[in-house]
Every structure is written in structure tokens, then in C-alpha cells.
Design a protein around this ligand. Structure first.
Ligand code: NAP
Length: 459
């Protein structure tokens, strides 16, 4: 098999290289996961929870190398310290609600009938993970899947090959058996062949729309349940009654954090005409204060994009928009580290419209377009004019307005006065090309379990 190379965005060198499994080696991994599953599911729930939490604790103990490796693999500045806050909060919440969510639900227990519902593990869960939040996106499925009594096979992104190895090391050191959680290196062909061979009880794919479509095609006819957490083009809307300074700060952070490589990053902003001038001025100042550079430099607030090819997509979208009349507010010359490759100066565009790719297609980079709107009707029309539906961030002073607007937006999550955030108690989900299914919250357990009904009658 041809080795998979991880090219670091830090300096373009080969940072790691791994040989993917052959199809028969991968099938053996699935066989081992199947054999281990019944024994794992028989262990008491409290024991599974304790082992999963111990695995996450071991991962926390590896913080220093983990943070350094994230920077090498995908360029996030080390000053941001890894993904431990979210990893721990999600693990704790899913652990806390497991017993209640997974307990049988008694409908009737009388002299005539005992009728109840149980949730069973689906068997072997397959996680196909992306590089942009490499730990968080994996934890969302790994933790509930193991707690619910499944075994798990993880195939991580080529850009973040070492993340699966770290997770496996941590969980195995904590006592999770090797065959209960396996990290594997696979190419696309083998990944798809395993899915097509009905190897899994559930597949969670987080990644691009094209990748999600390939997974759906591979699963066609197998009836394998799929969770598809795909792209986004998330809008922010600053209403006339918004706190504009708070909106500038949160929305620009939502657009630029992680070099814009967040599925729920803010990619387009609609601002009420009353606030437009101040918002645009504040947005440009906010972005000009960023420091693009080497992710190991403590002063760096904006690292390189994870790969030169991702930066090329953004450069092309921006150039096309400017050629079509958009106005760039940021002078790229102020960002001397921009090398024409993975290190990319951030950009804020005005005079944009929805005929431009930068307002319609996912950019997944440090660029945002801002449009002036006259009020709710126009903002709603523009927010819904998108192939995606992951989150929408509304800036207003009252809950009822945000809720009423949220009800009219085709989106997975409506935020009021916040953005780019996952709440473990709420379901992470999307509509349209953002995919289907849900992770986190009690519904996240539904993805990794199947219902089973018991209808018992006395005669
Ligand atoms: P990607 O290229 O689709 O890859 C995601 C994962 O799928 C990687 O492990 C990749 O493996 C694998 N993969 C891709 N195509 C495949 C195929 N045809 N067959 C088998 N496996 C395949 O996506 P990405 O660039 O890593 O991630 C960025 C995308 O993820 C963005 O669109 C972002 O919005 C989305 N995302 C969504 C969410 C959400 O919650 N909705 C969260 C995070 C990210 P290789 O790396 O080996 O190619």
C-alpha cells in the first residue's frame, strides 16, 4: 500500500507517514471489534463510563505533546492550548446523562402485560474524522459509542494522522481493551469497501459534502445508519437592537478563530443599516489586530491554514469576488507572513452579494463577507439563501425575537448573541447539505443505539 503522508503547514515538510491497512487487514480489525463487542457491552455501565473517563484523563495528561502535535499537523497556534475544555465538558456531560438515557423505559408493568423499550448498542461504530477539530469531532461519537456498549473503529484524517494514535494510546493505557477501540489508517477505497460490506452498525462521518456523498454511496443498500456532519456557511445577523460592540467581537472571532476552519465558523454577516458603518469599521480593526505567523510563536493569533490547497480555495474565492466588485478592507501587505501558500492573510469583504462564491460556497478559511440589510425580512431571505444549514447567529436584545427568527431559518442551531460554540446538552445537527443525524445531548446516544421493544403478555 502507498504510504499516506502528512505534510505540515508549518514549513511544508513531511511530518509523519503511515502505511494504510490492506482490505484484508482492515476486515480483520472489524472481526476483532465484532468479537470484543458482546463482552464489552456486558460490563456494567458504571465500569464503561469509568474507563472512558479514565481514557480522557490520560489524554489530558498528554497535553503538552498533544498541543504541539496539533500545531505541526494542522497549524493551530499553541497559545490556544488544544481542545481539552470541550473534550472534558462533552465527556462529563455524556457520562452524566448515560444512565438515564440508556435505561429501559417501562410503558406498562401489570398483571396482564409488561411492555417496555430498551436501547441496545448497534455493534461496531465506525468514526471517520476530519482534521479541523481533530479531538473534539472524534470525542462527540467515541464517548457515547463506548459508554453505550459498542466497540469503535476510528479512521482519522490524513492531515491529523497522529490524533487517532494518541487517543488509542490514552484509552488503552486507561484499561479500554485494544479491540474495543481501534485506531486504523485507511485509504478512501478501503474505507468505502468496509462500509459497503456492511461491517458497521453505525457510521459517523464528519467532513466535506463530497466526502459525505461518497460515504452515502458506499452505504447504499446496506441500510447502515449514517451520521453525516458536513459543511456550513453560517450567517450572523446584527439586528437594529443589537449590542454592536459585542457582535463585532464574537462574530469576528467566530470568523477567524482556527484560521476560519470551523464547520460552524461565521462566513457571512448581515448588518442592519443603522449599525453597518460602525460594524464594518470595527470588523476591519479587529482583523488588523491579528498576528499571522508560526503557530509555535506565543504572539501568533492566526496560524497557517492546515494545507496549502485549502488556502488556494480561499485565495481564489477572494480574487473572484474582488474581480466582480467586492471591496477588500484588509491590506494583505500588513500580514508579512503571507507566503502565497498555507500562510494566508485574513480578509473582510464588503460590497459582496450572493452571486459570489465567497457568499455561497464554504470558504473554510479566514475570510468573511459583510452585507447591509434593511431589517428582518431581508436578513431572513439572505440567511436562508444557502445550500447549508448548520448554525445561525442572531444579535438582538430579546429572547422572543431570536426564537421567532430562529423558527424561520433552515438551520441546525440558532444562537442569540453567541456563535461558533457546541453545547453538550444540545443536539449538534444540520439541514440541507450540512447533512443529517445528531450528536451530543441525549439524542447523541440514539445514534449509537437502536430501540428494541418488549411486549410480554400473561395468559
Ligand atoms: P474531508 O476531506 O471530507 O475528510 C473528512 C474525513 O473523511 C477524512 O478522514 C478523510 O480522509 C475522509 N474521507 C474523505 N473523503 C472520503 C471518501 N471518499 N471515502 C472515504 N473517506 C473519505 O473533510 P475535511 O477537509 O477533513 O474537513 C473539513 C470539512 O469538514 C468542512 O467541510 C467542514 O465544514 C466539515 N466539518 C463539519 C462538521 C460538522 O459538525 N458539521 C465538523 C467539522 C468539520 P483523508 O483525510 O484521508 O482524505
Amino acid at each position: 500500500m502507498k504510504p499516506i503522508q502528512l505534510i505540515t503547514p508549518v514549513d511544508g515538510s513531511v511530518y509523519a507517514e503511515r502505511t494504510p491497512l490492506t482490505l484484508s487487514e482492515a476486515q480483520s480489525a472489524v472481526d476483532r471489534a465484532r468479537s470484543a463487542q458482546k463482552g464489552w457491552a456486558k460490563r456494567p455501565l458504571a465500569e464503561r463510563i469509568a474507563l472512558v473517563k479514565a481514557g480522557v484523563a490520560r489524554l489530558n495528561a498528554m497535553k503538552d505533546p498533544v498541543v504541539e502535535e496539533i500545531a505541526w499537523q494542522m497549524g493551530r497556534p499553541t497559545r490556544f492550548g488544544g481542545e481539552f475544555g470541550g473534550v472534558n465538558a462533552r465527556t462529563d456531560y455524556m457520562s452524566e446523562i448515560a444512565e438515564k438515557t440508556l435505561s429501559p423505559e417501562m410503558i406498562e408493568d401489570s398483571n396482564a402485560f409488561r411492555r417496555y423499550l430498551v436501547r441496545e448498542p448497534v455493534g461496531v461504530v465506525f468514526i471517520v474524522a476530519p482534521w479541523n477539530y481533530p479531538y473534539l469531532t472524534t470525542i462527540n461519537t467515541l464517548v457515547p459509542a463506548l459508554i453505550a456498549g459498542n466497540t469503535v473503529i476510528l479512521k482519522h484524517a490524513s492531515q491529523t494522522l497522529l490524533v487517532g494514535e494518541r487517543l488509542a494510546e490514552a484509552f488503552h493505557a486507561a484499561g479500554v481493551p485494544d479491540d474495543v477501540f481501534q485506531n486504523v489508517v485507511l485509504d478512501h477505497q478501503t474505507t468505502e469497501a468496509l462500509i459497503a460490506a456492511r461491517s458497521f452498525g453505525f457510521v459517523n462521518f464528519t467532513g466535506s459534502v463530497g466526502g459525505g456523498q461518497a460515504i452515502e454511496r458506499a452505504a447504499a443498500g446496506t441500510f447502515t445508519p449514517l451520521g453525516l456532519e458536513l459543511g456550513g456557511k453560517d450567517p450572523g445577523y446584527v439586528r437594529h437592537d443589537a449590542n454592536v460592540e459585542a457582535a463585532i467581537d464574537t462574530l469576528m472571532d467566530g470568523a477567524m478563530y482556527n484560521a476560519g476552519q470551523c464547520c460552524c465558523g461565521i462566513e457571512r454577516i448581515y448588518v442592519h443599516e443603522k449599525h453597518y458603518d460602525r460594524f464594518v469599521e470595527g470588523a476591519a480593526a479587529w482583523v488588523n489586530a491579528l498576528n499571522l505567523g508560526n503557530p509555535f510563536d506565543a504572539a501568533t493569533t492566526l496560524g497557517p491554514m492546515a494545507n496549502k490547497r485549502f488556502a488556494t480555495t480561499v485565495r481564489n474565492q477572494v480574487a473572484e469576488a474582488i474581480a466582480a466588485g467586492a471591496k477588500p478592507l484588509i491590506d494583505p501587505k500588513k500580514f508579512a507572513a503571507d507566503d502565497g501558500g498555507a500562510y494566508l492573510a485574513p480578509q473582510v469583504l464588503v460590497d459582496v452579494d450572493h452571486s459570489m462564491r465567497v457568499m455561497m460556497e464554504e470558504s473554510f478559511g479566514p475570510v468573511v463577507g459583510i452585507m447591509k440589510v434593511s431589517g428582518d425580512e431581508e436578513a431572513l431571505r439572505l440567511m436562508n439563501d444557502s445550500p447549508y444549514g448548520l448554525t445561525a447567529s442572531i444579535w438582538t436584545e430579546d429572547y422572543d425575537t431570536a426564537a421567532a427568527l430562529g423558527a424561520q431559518i433552515d438551520t441546525g442551531t440558532t444562537f442569540m448573541n453567541r456563535a461558533d460554540y457546541l453545547d453538550p446538552a444540545l443536539c449538534w445537527t444540520g439541514t440541507k447539505d450540512t447533512g443529517r443525524g445528531g450528536s451530543l445531548s441525549y439524542l447523541g446516544f440514539h445514534s449509537v443505539t437502536r430501540p428494541k421493544s418488549f411486549h410480554l403478555k400473561k395468559v
